[in-house]
Structures are given as structure tokens and as C-alpha cells.
Write a protein that binds this ligand. Structure first.
Ligand code: FAD
Length: 445
């Protein structure tokens, strides 16, 4: 008997329930398959393409250690899986459950293409708790995080699974070449991109668990490296969220705060699973009639709004393909609330650059920031200067990313247009004193 393990964004061998189940069913004779799916635009975004290529190379190495190797095909995912399944006469294809509208379509297309062959969809691979496992009374998903988190914390999770051993590829299967980044995209990648792959992921996780206590103090201070930066590894599944949650535990305040972020991740996944249109449409319609201003949008995207903390965040994004969460909140709020430009524009720009760019986390967080999502205070407008003073008190973060302001001292760096200092830096593109009223009037709130 032969099975196919279709990898999607679960590119690992540790705690890998899909591979585990596929191998168990066929006593080890399994085709570990990845299809470079032409329908997935994200595979062509340079930062994610490079991370993906590195992750696939590493997955291939992990599978070789287990006795097999990665088989790669390119094209329409359902058609390619069918061909491979027919070639090896597979009894079943195993795949991880996922939440986006596209993942739903893919599942349907696989079911159709496979006919009599079984499609086994594995839960709790991409998230700790699968969408639908916990629901509120009388509803299909939680709309507010706090009650979700309470139930989430009580769900029993599995013991992480060891990497498999004794896998065998069926005879005659052509493996195909593991793609390099240049096979996926011809765009430039961010100079400060993290390396992809399970090995790098596990090293980072070990290091993070040794210093997790910094999270209590450092979580919201972008000048420090006080968060895990595990997000791209979670997005591509180089790490199992279940394993991370269990290893982090809740033994300290810092660990509990960190694990709570994994619950936020699951929360947004269950929201998108229940309302797939929320990747494009307002989750809650606030009757917005967003402004359109291409120059303001370009200034935001390029980090030249004249608001140092906002520009610093956008420049970090371009340099690292990653941005600190506090800055995602500040730059997102600035775009949607201070400039009153459509959250979809910002979400698109983030997805074009973030190495962790993820439909559930990105779109649902953008909606949260814009007040069209699950935020219980949808009309709040962050005061970016107060935020900058609180979370970058010495201006260290701004100084790092906006070098033209580096000479300005301390808190003054956050408001150079009032400092009277000669610097080559633009005036703010919006009058920050009145953005709250303007936003509320525009929304009719
Ligand atoms: C406008 C906006 C867009 C965002 N887009 C993305 C995105 O595309 N992909 C993405 O993974 N995260 C996104 N986030 C959430 C968050 O900013 C990142 O997950 C986090 O900054 C990643 O850094 P870290 O791994 O060091 O996080 P840590 O603080 O170490 O947290 C650990 C993990 O928890 C999860 N997490 C943390 N915060 C959140 C959150 N608010 N929502 C959901 N999951 C969270 C992430 O998987 C993260 O890796 C976005 C947030 C905002 C406000």
C-alpha cells in the first residue's frame, strides 16, 4: 500500500501529523509531495519565495534522514496530485486542514480529482486548535478574543510527534528538482531576511525559549529584539504551533503572554475559516467610504510620511521583510485612521513584503486595526506620537531606521518638525492634531 503526504504550509518533519498518518497507513511507503502551485501568488513574492525555497531544501534533507526525499511537481495542485497518486496507485492522500477560501477550494478540487482514492484532512497542524473545535454557545465562531482565549487555554493538545523513521519512496517515482528562489521569482529580496527552513526554525526556538522571560518587558519595545521572530517559521509550518505552545508552557508571566499570542493566531484563523470573504470584505461593515490618495499611500509605503515612527516601521519592513508588531499597529492605524485610506491597500502592501505574510493573520489584523474586524473599540485612533514616546522612549528604534534624524536627541526625535532643528526630512503629510475628529466624522462614528 502507498500513500501521498501532500505538504502545503507544514514544511517540517517534527510534530508532523500529516506525514505521520500517511506513513502509518502505508507502513512507511509514502510519497512526500510538494506542488509549486501556480495559483498561489504568495509563492512569487520575493521574500516568501526565498524563504519557501530554503524551507523546501531543508524539508528534503529531513525526509532523506527519514529514508525518503521530497518529490516536487509544478502546476495545478489537484491535477498534479492526481497524476502522482495514479502513478504510484496511492490508496490515500493526506493533507493538513487550512482556513482560507483558497484552501477550501483546493480541498474541493482534490476531492474531485482523487475520485475513489481517500483524502484524509488532518486537524491541528497549521494551528494549535483547529477552527470549529471550540465554539461559543449559539455561534459557529468566536467574535471576541477574550472568551475564545479562555476556552482555547483549556483544550488538551497532543504530545508532539517525533520525526518519522524508515520511510520508503515507491520505486520509479521521479523526485523532481527542489526549486531555488530564482525558479520561483525574479524579484529582489530584503537584505535582512531571516533564513528559511526547519533547522533554522528549531535553532531559533531553542534560543527563544532560553530568553523567553525577556518577553514580559521587551514585547512592546521595538528597539529590542524582545519577541521571538518565529512568525515566518509558523507561517510556513517549519515549526509546529502545538510544539511551541507546549514547550513554552505557562510557567511564567512572560511564557503565558507569549502563548497568548499563539491563541491570537488561532483566533484569527478561526475567524477567517468561518468567514472566508473577510480576506477581502469588511468583517463588520462600518459604512466606510475610504479616501483615495495615491501620493499619500506612496509616502506611507515608502516610509516618507514625515512621521518618524511610521517611517521607521515601513523602512524596517523593506529592509527585513518583517516588522515589529507594535509598528504594524502604528503604521496600520496611521494608514486607516489618520489618512483614512482603505485597509486593503495596506494589507496588500504588507503581503507583498512580509516574509510571514499570511492571509488569516494579515487580513484579520488589518481589519482589527481599521475597526472593521474584531476590535471591541473600532473607532479608537492611535496617537502615533504618544505611541512613539511610550514604546521608543529614547528614539533608538527611529534612529536605527531613519538615519537622517539620528542626530536629534531623546524624545525630540519623534517630532522633528517642532524641534527647530535643520534636518533633511519631510513635514508630516497630515495634521496629527486633528486626525481623530476627521476620522470619526468620515466614518460617521
Ligand atoms: C496590521 C497587522 C498585520 C499583521 N500581519 C501579519 C502577518 O501577515 N503574518 C503574521 O504572522 N502576523 C501578522 N501580524 C501579527 C503580528 O504582528 C506578528 O505575528 C508578529 O509581529 C510576529 O513577530 P514575532 O514572531 O516576533 O511575534 P511574537 O510576539 O514572538 O509572537 C509569537 C507568535 O504569535 C503569533 N502572533 C503574535 N501576535 C499576533 C497577532 N496580533 N495576531 C496573530 N498572531 C500573532 C505569531 O505567529 C508570532 O510568531 C500582523 C499584525 C498587524 C497589526
Amino acid at each position: 500500500m502507498t500513500t501521498v503526504c501532500l505538504f502545503t504550509r507544514d514544511l517540517r518533519v517534527h510534530d508532523q501529523p500529516v506525514l505521520h498518518a500517511a506513513a502509518e497507513q502505508s507502513d512507511g511507503q509514502v510519497v512526500p509531495l510538494f506542488v509549486v502551485d501556480d495559483a498561489i501568488e504568495g509563492f512569487r513574492v520575493p521574500n516568501r519565495a526565498r524563504f519557501l525555497a530554503e524551507s523546501l531544501a531543508d524539508l528534503d534533507a529531513g525526509l532523506r534522514d527519514a529514508g525518503a526525499r521530497l518529490v516536487v511537481r509544478r502546476g495545478d495542485v489537484a491535477a498534479e496530485v492526481r497524476k502522482v497518486a495514479e502513478e504510484v496507485d496511492a490508496t490515500a492522500v493526506h493533507v493538513a486542514g487550512d482556513v482560507s477560501a483558497y484552501a477550501g477550494q483546493r480541498r474541493g478540487a482534490l476531492e474531485d480529482a482523487l475520485g475513489d482514492r481517500e483524502l484524509v484532512v488532518q486537524d491541528a497542524v497549521v494551528t494549535v486548535v483547529s477552527p470549529g473545535t471550540i465554539t461559543p454557545t449559539g455561534g459557529d465562531h468566536f467574535k471576541i478574543f477574550t472568551p475564545y482565549h479562555r476556552k482555547w487555554a483549556d483544550v488538551e493538545t497532543r504530545e508532539p510527534l517525533d520525526p518519522p523513521r524508515g520511510l520508503r519512496l515507491p520505486k520509479g517515482v521521479k523526485a523532481g528538482a527542489v526549486p531555488k528562489a530564482k525558479d520561483l521569482t525574479d524579484g529582489d529580496t530584503a537584505p535582512g531576511l531571516l533564513p528559511g527552513g526547519e533547522k533554522a526554525a528549531r535553532a531559533r526556538l531553542d534560543d527563544w525559549l532560553d530568553r523567553i522571560d525577556e518577553y514580559a518587558q521587551g514585547q512592546d519595545l521595538p528597539a529590542r529584539d524582545g519577541t521571538s521572530r518565529l512568525s515566518p517559521y509558523l507561517h510556513f509550518g517549519c515549526l509546529s504551533p502545538t510544539e511551541i505552545a507546549r514547550r513554552a508552557g505557562t510557567g511564567s508571566e512572560a511564557a503565558a503572554q507569549f502563548v497568548r499570542q499563539l491563541a491570537w493566531r488561532d483566533f484569527h484563523h478561526q475567524t477567517l475559516a468561518a468567514v472566508p470573504r473577510a480576506s477581502r470584505q469588511d468583517y463588520r461593515d462600518r459604512g466606510d467610504r475610504w479616501r483615495r490618495d495615491d501620493d499619500e499611500f506612496a509616502a506611507w509605503a515608502e516610509g516618507r510620511t514625515g512621521v518618524p515612527i511610521v517611517d521607521a516601521g515601513m523602512r524596517q519592513l523593506h529592509h527585513e521583510g518583517w516588522m515589529h508588531n507594535r509598528l504594524r499597529l502604528i503604521t496600520g492605524s496611521f494608514l486607516t485612521k489618520s489618512l483614512y485610506l482603505d485597509w486593503r491597500l495596506g494589507a496588500r502592501h504588507f503581503l507583498d513584503h512580509l516574509v510571514d505574510g499570511d492571509v488569516a493573520n494579515n487580513q484579520m489584523n488589518w481589519q482589527w486595526v481599521a475597526g472593521t474586524g474584531t476590535d471591541t473599540r473600532p473607532n479608537r485612533v492611535l496617537n502615533v506620537i504618544t505611541q512613539a514616546r511610550r514604546y521608543d522612549p529614547d528614539g533608538e528604534y527611529v534612529r536605527r531606521w531613519v538615519p537622517e534624524l539620528a542626530e536629534l536627541e531623546g524624545k525630540k526625535i519623534h517630532e522633528p518638525w517642532t524641534s527647530g532643528t535643520e534636518v533633511d526630512y519631510p513635514d508630516p503629510i497630515v495634521d496629527l492634531d486633528h486626525v481623530g475628529e476627521t476620522f470619526r466624522a468620515a466614518r460617521g462614528a
